[in-house]
Design a protein around this ligand. Sequence first.
Ligand code: GLN
Length: 479
Amino acid sequence: MEIASLTIDEIREGLLARRFRAEELAAEALRFAEEENPKTGAYLHFSPERALSAARRVDEKIARGEEPGALAGVPVAVKDVIVTRGIRTTCGSRLLENYIPPYDATAIIRLEEAGGLILGKTNCDEFAMGSSTENSAFGPVRNPVALDRVPGGSSGGSAAAVAQGTAVVALGSDTGGSIRQPASFCGVSGVTPTYGRVSRYGLTAFASSLDHIGPFARTVKDAARVLGVIAGRDPRDSTSAEAPVPDYTKALDGNVKGLKLGLPREYLKDMTSESGSLIYRGVEVLRQLGCEVREIGLPHTDYAIASYYIIATAEASSNLARYDGVRYTSRSGDSATLADMYRNTRGEGFGAECKRRIMLGTYVLSAGYYDAYYLKAQKVRGLIARDFRQAFEEVDAVVAPVSPFPAFRLGEKVDDPLAMYLSDIFTITGSLAGIPCMSVPCGRTAEGLPVGMQILTRHFGEITMFRIADAFERAGGVN
Ligand code: GLN
């Protein structure tokens, strides 16, 4: 059993042909993950009991001749911001170091109903705030491709686990790029679905109007398969969409002839780097496959980072108010008054990045400033969404870089928050518009660092996005 390179289809075939049992697979996957994990620190903790009992349920179904589910026996890593009943969920924060949730996120329930095996929880930036996973209270994650580099963030642990082969697929969360950017840094596929496509019930809130759950996988088809399982309306999340969930894998036939792709003019100036030239080569591959490529305009791109860091921090300041030492969290020991207790708990518990965002977010929501900042940013967000709507009148998909540069060194940007924020330029526009977007591997730099190409489509247009990414992957991508 080559755990590190298995696909969902291979697992299914092996199980149904009785070559191995799910329980054996789970045991081997756990052993391998625990052995490999010290190299990267991708996982914070493992959940062997949960994985083994899910595996036994799959084996029983197969023994009874029942359909074992679309993810039968598939080892999954889960970002530690997604709650898991009975399994510690820390959000990368000292405050939640010992928090054991009493319920499962909807995505977790759906994964397990489909036969998935949850191996453990992965490290991430504290409350998903960051682009390198260095903001975790539990230490950074190393990029399995180059151990002196970051895996990206904030879902760095999930991307690293899939790239390292210690999980077949993983769940991450994306608010402004936290799935696509680490996918691109680690050389795997990562998908941010349409806002509302996957229930956020049980996803620890960072910025509610921007938060998404989405999959990582080593192939586009596997990512599409996982999305198919976790997507769909959930009465527990009022923003989850009613739109029916198609079989995303059905349309993956490698044929993209005649599809129209747009290259945003505003992004091209930033594409002179080595990463940029790989993206151009990727676009050339798609052209060879029969896509029509044209330049398009997304004129409000320049305002994306500013409006994102107003909206996201405003919503975060409100969402993080609940960690007060009374509910969920550990409590600071020696406080004379209630106000002191709040202050001490939050002062000791939150890391620097969370504090920075709580302060900024509280400021932009305060009386007198709300209109000038938050409301203004929401208006700009509307313009950015309109840019995409207009683009999709002309083209079927937009193709873009994911990040201006490949994985940087640990420590390189951690003391310069603004530089870290600016690195989100290509992912934040799609997040603000709420459209589906993904990163697919697009070659490596001379130093061997992976680069990801971003594909964005209209709301609920995931099928087109997957078709393009899959055709690109079948064609061998850029090498
Ligand atoms: N890097 C961005 C930020 O720090 C995005 C994070 C995310 O998508 N969770 O906010």
